[in-house]
Design a protein around this ligand. Structure first.
Ligand code: S3P
Length: 447
């Protein structure tokens, strides 16, 4: 194998860059895009979605609902119309439902299908096939669902017919919106009340969006409840730009003096804005402008002026509010003066990859001073020298390593970048327009 290209698929090649400028519009929020299809697919009446993320993950969810008989039309970019006919009209999918790289797709769909008593087999790619599913299967079993896992509690998941589920009160052992959502979605069709208590705030798109579809969701502090037997009504919704995709640009611009970047239409749900809070604690200059509410979600334009960041101990209460942004934040830490310490972030080890390990290995290969710990990392900022960083097929590590070219004296090769398309189609050209010296190569000889 050529050292500087992926064994198959896309490789990013980066020459050193100094700043990010101009205007960037990131694609639609991935979490909301999944939910727009799931809720529109089971609702009564038409649902019109604008700003839908046309990435591989959310498209797999869309295909899953087509396989269950829902008529779904795609219009212009980001426009999707679902002609929902309610739960009774859904058919069990013929054959396995492939959900690609998406933990959200698999975990939420399992809760939904188990509640509706629709038998199905859910499969995924190599990464998803290694991810923990007992975290949803255990509470769903307590509700009366029958869901089989592979050895070790991983996919494929086989949802079998069961009697009507019963509502439970469940205390989540980990901060996970996916677990919370799987249980609440099963609770929609269970008898009685289903309540989930969380150990920390996690994204609340399920709660907010269900309300948009006419469902009564009770929220009190870290607890959310739904009553079984509620029907969803079709609606119109606008998906804002994904703050998790904006995060790469927030980091890239914040850590480079001379940067002046405008990010438009970014979702500002308070359960997602931890990345901005953390960067501000590191000294970043990020102004939140033009704040408005679209489809029940706060949205804003973000102005980022580059400067010098300083190392911090990231407050643990911000971890669940920025859980997908740590790969990018590790790069910010590699650029900052002094030491940054991340603790309480062990959930990073069960994402699309073990993101602590992949970021530590990749940044070290580029010359960073980083020590991984069981629940985070210690990073001492310094200029990077360049080299080869393996994203290990993880979209967020790939885009983070690309941003490292802004603090690097040599060239960087990022391996295994195909999955950038799961969440951020068009990343390479958008990043190049903003100032990265990024080119891509595709090696499909081994595919
Ligand atoms: C998501 C929840 C998060 C996040 C994922 C999307 C969601 O996972 O990492 O990218 O849409 O609910 P956990 O809830 O498991 O932390």
């Amino acid at each position: 194998m050529n050292q500087a290209s992926s064994p198959s698929g896309r490789t990013f090649h980066l020459e050193p860059a100094t700043k990010l400028t101009g205007t960037v519009k990131v694609p639609g929020d991935k979490s909301m895009s999944h939910r727009s299809i799931m809720f529109g697919g089971i609702a009564h009446g038409t649902t019109q979605v604008q700003g839908f993320l046309e990435g591989e993950d959310s498209l797999h969810t869309l295909e899953a609902f087509q396989a269950m008989g829902v008529r779904i039309e795609r219009g212009g970019v980001g426009e999707v119309t679902l002609y929902g006919q309610g739960v009774a009209a859904l058919k069990a999918p013929q054959g396995p439902v492939y959900l690609g790289n998406s933990g959200t797709g698999m975990r939420l769909l399992t809760g939904l299908l188990a509640g509706m008593n629709i038998p199905a087999t859910l499969t995924g790619d190599a990464s998803l096939s290694g991810r923990p599913m007992r975290r949803i299967v255990d509470p769903l079993s307590q509700m009366g669902a029958k869901v089989l896992t592979g050895d070790g509690g991983t996919p494929p998941l086989v949802i079998q017919s069961a009697a009507q589920l019963k509502g439970i009160e469940y205390t989540c052992p980990m901060a996970s919106a996916q677990v919370k959502s799987a249980i609440l979605l099963a609770g929609l069709h269970a008898s009685g009340t289903t309540t989930v208590h969380e150990p920390a705030i996690t994204r609340d798109h399920t709660e907010r969006m269900l309300r948009g579809f006419g469902v009564d969701v009770q929220v009190s502090g870290l607890s959310a409840s739904v009553q079984g037997g509620q029907q969803l009504k079709g609606t119109s919704l606008v998906v804002p730009g994904d703050i998790s995709s904006a995060a790469f640009f927030l980091v890239g611009a914040s850590m480079t003096p001379g940067s002046d970047l405008l990010l438009t239409g970014v979702g500002m749900n308070p359960s997602r804005t931890g990345v901005i809070a953390i960067l501000k604690l590191m000294g970043a200059n990020i102004q939140v402008t033009n704040e408005r509410v679209t489809g029940g979600e706060p949205v804003a334009d973000l102005v980022v002026l580059g400067g010098k960041l300083k190392g911090i101990h990231v407050p643990e209460e911000l971890v669940s509010l920025a859980i997908d942004e740590f790969p990018a934040l590790f790069v910010a830490a590699a650029a900052a003066d002094g030491e940054t310490i991340v603790t309480g972030a062990e959930e990073l080890r069960v994402k699309e990859t073990d993101r602590i390990q992949v970021m530590a290995d990749g940044l070290r290969a580029l010359g960073a001073d980083i020590t991984d710990t069981p629940d985070g990392a210690r990073i001492v900022g310094k200029r990077l020298v360049g080299g080869v960083a393996d994203s290990c097929g993880d979209h967020r590590t790939a885009m983070s390593f690309a941003m490292a070219s802004l603090i690097c004296d040599g060239s960087i090769t990022v391996l295994d970048c195909d999955n950038v398309n799961t969440s951020f189609p068009g990343f390479a050209s958008i990043a190049a327009n903003a100032g990265l010296h990024l080119t891509e190569s595709v090696n499909d000889t081994d595919k």
